[in-house]
Design a protein. Structure first.
Lengths: 608, 292
């Protein structure tokens, strides 16, 4: 045992002082009374102001001495040596992702992790500091660097499980940012190891060692990992994927229902690791369909999935072109597009269309709506400089989602307008000579292409329709997304033309209002279930829906990872500077003193 | 104390209108104004009886002889003096309170004695503390008033109360009336004295005098209490709770004295020292039937 404030032992002089007060006698004035035998023999020692009397046995004296002794003991702050050794700065990374809701350890993995972190906080000595980070889809610091146990416990108790993934890379980046140079820190990761893959940049390591504490013991889980509604040959059907992620065979019942009622219940038996795809009927009038299994396993987030069964709302799209078969065919691939193709001479305006594509034509007034401008004529508002020959075509950012599955490997462009001077937006496809394709988000998502696609072999590549699909979905997302969203994933919502209000109703009934002036991004998708988008257009409420489901094989594979691959430690100095933690016990001693004070109060009032 | 008169002349004049009320006939040594249990000379007819030799023939009722042809004697109630004993407690506990209990006791004893002396009764005054101190020879007649008052005022106050030492002085009294003026607060029990009064065929009256300050404690806090009679000291803290405990003990004590007195057919009254002497006499003593 060590004492954190040994100087406070001088307060022990209060003990003899209290005893001395009991040696003193109360100065009482003498009063003559006629019959002393009638007076009760009741006295109280309120004060002492004359010397001395023989010390009498008194419960009050004993209790007061005990209280003083305990308070002195608390003041010197005794601390017991903890089993854990701490660096001067400890960083606790607590996984609060969806998989931590598994209850293979009671009451849940997150609660078990919080219990272990709580015990770690209790052992932190007052000289050391700790930072508490919740590892979620967007990691956050729940307790800034401090040695205050109460603040750390408050931060710890504020952590709740999320339905999203655990972005360990972002959490480590955050942790590295709060470690000062030349400071020895150590990180503790409390997780089941089910985290998003680390970025390659962490191969160089992090400036602190990481201690991985595995939480969880089992991986027995049956999950629904996909549900998609697609039209089949005769009618619409739902395609459901169910998988046993555990090693043991399990039987469960599958309940299939729409928003109009129960459709089917069937039993399913899956061997360990087995998966099964089911085709399920979708009623014509259904808005949503839901599959639910009564698995009774350790993880319930993937036991229920929902899909939107409504037919997507059609968008009117205008293509103004002297003639472009490639572009026309690529746009018609969108099933929810009603495409009108007109010649430039027939153009009267685009206000009736959700999106317009101008091919080698520029309208006098650019529409306030999403549009694609391809090879605008010289002198037009978006027209570029003189044509330049183009060499190799490449992506400005290979990781841009708009270029997902688009290969520019064999794409060639003969010539293009010089767009170096334009301020339209950011380049998506570029070359050494000039940007070739630019995109911008404000006020609406719009695209500017600097070359005539007929002067390129791009339309002949598979990447062309994919790029058109990506750009059109970016500019004009489907009113009913073909796939579900993941928790915490951002959803792009395009307001209807003339919409006066835009509201998203979450599965719990809470409402979020969004701006109607431009494409809105909705990020409060932490809850799983059906979200309703309500738009008021001309006094009429127009509703559309999207669903948020877990749909993550990685998360449903809830078996905790025994050996998690973690970044190496950079040259850390002063490993020897670790010191044992300390468990402070003075609050308990002070609590005991308080209890004795209460007992002393009771004893005083009972005349002991 | 002796310089100031014990009772004011105006008060004495009012006391002359009062008389001691005796429940039964008395037997005194000298004639007085009291009905005697012996038949004697007085205007008040009592009874007839047959004449026997030796009787005073002057008492033969000749009219009855004429009607009945036999000698009948007329009997009259004899009027004799009342032997009144006044015991006054002048122990240390009586020298307490404001007004002082001993002063009030002296004045009360003087008032009762004056009423008796005015009626030609025989008054024996005895003060006591740890033992009786005789007030001298019995007093009789108005002429003895000043002497009795002077003696009453001359006795010092102090010492413990010992009621047991009153037993013999009481027992040797001839039957009559005894008034015991005391605060009843001595440590020794009062019961032997009350028993002695009964055995001595005394028509007893217990007058308990208390000071207002000992009925209601007018102070709080810590104090060292000193017994006025024994000098014994004890520490005490006056709080509402302890004051209540004291009042309960005092009430129980005085109720016990009253119970003892009444069980033996004696009269009892509780007075406070702040009562005016007129109020004591005209109200309390008349209400209890001692004076009328």
């Amino acid at each position: 045992m060590t004492f954190l404030a040994p100087a406070a032992a001088v307060l022990a002089v209060t003990l003899p002082a209290i005893a001395a007060l009991y040696f003193l006698r109360i100065r009482r004035p003498t009063r003559v009374v006629p019959a002393l035998h009638l007076w009760p023999s009741q006295i109280r020692d309120r004060q002492a102001n004359v010397p001395w009397q023989r010390l009498r046995a008194s419960w009050l004296l004993l209790l007061q001495l005990l209280v003083a002794a305990f308070l002195v003991a608390a003041a010197v702050q005794p601390a017991l040596s903890a089993t854990e050794s701490f660096a001067p700065h400890s960083i606790v990374l607590l996984d609060a992702s969806a998989s931590m809701q598994a209850h293979d350890v009671q009451p849940s993995r997150l609660d078990e992790a919080k219990r272990q972190v709580g015990a770690l906080i209790d052992q932190l000595s007052p000289q050391d500091t700790m930072t508490l980070i919740a590892v979620e889809s967007t990691p956050r610091i729940v307790a800034p660097t401090t040695s205050d146990h109460d603040a750390l416990h408050r931060g710890l108790s504020s952590i709740v499980a999320t339905n999203g993934p655990a972005d360990l890379s972002a959490a480590l980046t955050l942790a590295a940012g709060i470690v000062r140079s030349a400071e020895y820190a150590r990180a503790y990761l409390y997780s089941d190891g089910i985290v998003e893959p680390l970025l390659a940049s962490f191969a160089d390591g992090v400036p602190f060692p990481i201690e991985y504490h595995r939480i969880g013991v089992s991986g027995e889980n049956i999950g629904l990992t996909s549900l998609v509604v697609r039209p089949s040959a005769q009618s619409r059907a739902a395609y459901l994927h169910i998988q046993n992620f555990g090693q043991q065979s399990h039987s469960t019942s599958l309940e299939w229902r729409s928003d109009q009622g129960l459709i089917d219940v069937r039993s399913i038996t899956l061997a360990g690791g087995q998966a099964q795809d089911l085709v399920l009927p979708v009623p014509a009038a259904a808005t949503t369909v839901t599959a639910r299994i009564a698995a009774g396993d350790i993880f319930s987030l993937d036991d229920s999935v929902t899909a939107i069964a409504r037919v997507p709302r059609a968008f009117h799209v205008l293509l103004v072109t002297p003639g472009n078969l490639f572009l026309e065919q690529a746009l018609r691939l969108r099933g929810d597009f009603q495409l009108d193709v007109i010649a430039p001479a027939a153009y009267r305006g685009a206000s009736a269309y959700a999106m317009a594509v101008f091919d080698r034509f520029s309208p006098p007034v650019l529409p306030d709506a999403p549009f694609v401008m391809i090879d605008p004529p010289a002198g037009s508002p978006l027209g570029g400089g003189s044509a330049v020959g183009i060499g190799r075509v490449r992506a400005s950012d290979a990781g841009d989602p708009l270029l997902a599955n688009v290969s520019l490997q064999d794409v060639h462009v003969a010539r293009s307008q010089d767009l170096n001077a334009t301020t339209f937006g950011r380049p998506l496809i570029t070359s050494l000579q000039t940007p070739l394709l630019l995109v911008r988000d404000e006020p609406f998502r719009q695209v500017l292409v600097g070359f005539d696609i007929h002067e390129s072999d791009f339309p002949l590549r598979i990447g062309f329709p994919i790029l058109v699909q990506n750009l059109s979905e970016w500019m004009l997302p489907s009113s009913v997304p073909s796939s579900s969203f993941h928790p915490d994933e951002q959803v792009t919502i395009v307001p209807e033309s003339g919409a006066t209000s835009l509201t998203v109703v979450r599965p719990d009934g809470s409402r979020r209002s969004l701006a109607t002036g431009s494409i809105a991004t909705f990020g409060d998708t932490d809850l799983m279930g059906v979200y309703t988008v309500e738009q008021v257009v001309s006094g009429q409420v127009d509703r559309s829906w999207f669903a948020v489901n877990l749909f993550s094989d990685t998360t449903s594979q809830v078996k905790p990872v025994d050996r998690l691959t973690l970044p190496p430690t950079q040259n850390v100095v002063g490993m020897q500077s670790s010191r044992p933690g300390q468990i402070v016990i003075w609050p308990w001693i002070a609590l005991l003193a308080l209890a004795i004070v209460i007992a002393e109060w009771l004893a005083f009032h009972r005349g002991l | 104390m002796a310089d100031s008169p014990l009772l004011e002349p105006e008060l004495l004049r009012r006391l002359e209108a009062l008389a001691l009320l005796v429940r039964r006939a008395v037997k005194g040594q000298m004639g007085g104004e009291r009905r005697s249990m012996r038949r004697g000379r007085s205007p008040e007819f009592a009874d007839f009886r047959n004449y026997t030799p030796g009787d005073d023939y002057r008492l033969i009722d000749w009219n009855a002889y004429a009607r009945l042809d036999r000698f009948m004697l007329r009997l009259f109630v004899a009027e004799e003096e009342l032997p009144l004993n006044i015991f006054v407690d002048l122990s240390g506990s009586m020298d307490w309170g404001s007004p002082n209990k001993a002063v009030s006791a002296r004045r009360l004893a003087g008032a009762i004695a004056y009423v008796a002396l005015a009626a030609l009764d025989r008054v024996r005054l005895t003060v006591f503390a740890d033992g009786p101190a005789s007030g001298g020879a019995p007093h009789r007649g108005r002429r003895a008033v000043h002497e009795l008052f002077a003696r009453l005022q001359s006795f010092p106050v102090g010492g413990p109360t010992d009621y047991a030492k009153l037993v013999w002085p009481i027992a040797r009294q001839q039957p009559g009336m005894t008034v015991l003026i005391t605060d009843g607060l001595g440590e020794s029990p009062i019961e032997p004295a009350i028993n002695a009064l009964q055995q001595a065929r005394q028509e007893g009256a217990i007058l308990q005098i208390l000071a207002p300050q000992e009925i209601n404690i007018d102070w709080t806090g810590d104090a060292r209490l000193k017994d006025a009679e024994t000098g014994v000291e004890r520490e005490f803290t006056s709080t509402p709770a302890t004051q209540n405990a004291y009042r309960t003990a005092l009430a129980r004590h005085t109720e016990e004295i009253e119970r003892l007195a009444r069980r033996r057919g004696m009269r009892f009254a509780r007075l406070t020292s702040d009562q005016p002497i007129d109020d004591m006499v005209q109200r309390t003593l008349r209400r209890m039937g001692l004076l009328g």
